[in-house]
Design a protein around this ligand. Sequence first.
Ligand SMILES: [Zn+2]
Length: 183
Amino acid sequence: MTASAEHFPALVLNADYRPLSYFPLSLWSWQDALKSVFLGRVNIVSEYDRVVHSPTFEMRLPSVICLKRYVQRKRQPAFTRFNLFLRDGFTCQYCGSEDDLTFDHVLPRRLGGQTSWQNITTACAKCNMQKGGRLPKEARMFPKIKPYIPSAENLNEMGRHFPPNYLHESWRDFLYWDAELLD
Ligand SMILES: [Zn+2]
């Protein structure tokens, strides 16, 4: 989803005032945001200047809302192409390239290598081809990070490095993209 100013999306924070999700950034349409406000599920933290009217009321569209009840993150992220790329920071684990990304079975399939978090790494097409069906030590190619099962926190942490194209100014207080620079 690409958020643009025209859609007036609301940034959704968990009850601890951290985004429900960083990547993709938790954004709701203004319609969904208003619905949740009226159902009493969220508090409005910040608003756009844009006002909506109905016969009986007018109000400004929320730009940041906060869930009243804390939502526990899922412990185990789904094993998907996207999540795998995210775990590996969208970079080839052999050469660091960010182009033409594919998946490599570290232990080749022909040797019984599984398609799993622990055996799949992100590789650019060139490295994937070069490694072919060989073992890392045969190819002398070792993934920078040994493939692992990420937690939802791991992926969320990675997601912070990939800010979306559109950021409303009222969201900035809640998105610490530059946290590593402050540490
Ligand atoms: Zn590569």
